[in-house]
Design a binder for this molecule. Sequence first.
Ligand code: HEM
Length: 437
Amino acid sequence: MTVHHSEPPPGSHLSSSRCPYGAASSATLPAYPLPIYGPEFSANPRATYAQLRTLGPIAPCEIAPGVHGYITTTYRSALYLLRNTPTLFAKDPAHWQALRNGQVPADSPARMMMQPSPNALWLDGDAHARLRGAITDSLAWIDTHALATAVARIANRLLDRVTALEHADLVSDFADPLPMQVLIEMFGCPPDLGRTIVLAIAQLFDTTQDAARVNAELEAACLALIRLKRHQPATDVTSWLVAHPARLSDAEMVQQILLVIGAGTTPSTNLIANSLLLLITDERFNGDVHTGVRPIADALDHALWEDPPISNYCPLYPRDHHTYEGVLLRPGAPILVSFAAANSDPALDQGSHRRSGNRAHLAFSAGIRACPAPDLARVIAEIAVEHVLDRLPDLTLACPQSDLVRRPGTFHSGWTSLPVSLPLTTTTAPHSYGGPR
Ligand code: HEM
């Protein structure tokens, strides 16, 4: 679908003669739905959220080039959608009219992130409950002490390489590989299968590769893992999924494993990188955490409020026409829940100094769709960040902060790289600063 910036796109509320936004003045309406992607958005997402907020608690937006929908702009509207799922809102993209009509470009990032898939993320009702139950029950078996030990070992291995360098990129050298290696271990992958899965997932983001071949290789590796665990169960998430009373088929197992790996890696990478940036650059944190006055968990909470790793997601579809705070909601168009706009909603009226230790943010979503693994995510990020601070004290950015570039796109919020200069005092063995962490 081509975007015509000079006129409202087909299907936009703006083509209607009646303003559906109640109190919002028509003078504040944009000439076309604001994009929530692209360099201008990425440079200052909050400015776009503030502009969208002037249009109402749920506002029209362009999700990706040529793909239109709506976005929640307040904490209250985000909770309204999340708490009324699945009664008033469906998650299943079968409700997405533009997709049904073939109007979503095949290579659109929106399609890749929002199209139907036979996993818990995209199903409603009993089908969702069954698959989500199998995932949450299996994740609940994880021993968080053993997880912390594994994260520490993986962090040390990555940092051993980093300490040999003069300059490093804490995204590509650390925050990016760490969560993937942790999850591969959580699923009990033997090294060869783990390498195949990691390589195939990396290749999926490489447009020069044949996506169909890579997907087939990825599924074959997951299947091999499942068959191995059906015959030789061990203490890992794959074995617990296999043994779950929901009795998942091999095909269902493959899809849920890929969902958990996909859902667990990029957001964890972003949380680690966003927290490290805060700790390196923000005076309120770097001094106090290094001297043990403030726990790392405070910095993580602050990052989860200020820069949630998944910024806009959970596309939901109104099941019927209805009105919310004067906004007419119609079936057929996706409404993204903006975790970032909710967290930065001025109506919350809480200064950023009150955010540490306050977990009312929506970074892990809420309701029956909430992330099933916030505690695991915190363990992974906290141990990872702790090891960077221990092994690389006195880190500084190797470029002005204003030169850092955000990951492009609508859905995730993180950094493409975090170049740092390494001080000569890097340590070879972890040491503790004492104090609470
Ligand atoms: C900082 C790290 C993380 C953040 C910020 C995060 C956030 C979220 C959010 C916002 C959702 C809802 C998405 C939606 O409804 O469209 C979600 C779902 C999910 N997350 Fe996480 N997550 C993180 C880490 C993890 C980890 C480590 C795992 C697994 C080990 C995980 C597994 C899942 C799964 C399986 C879902 C789908 C649940 C469902 O649809 O019922 N996440 N996560």
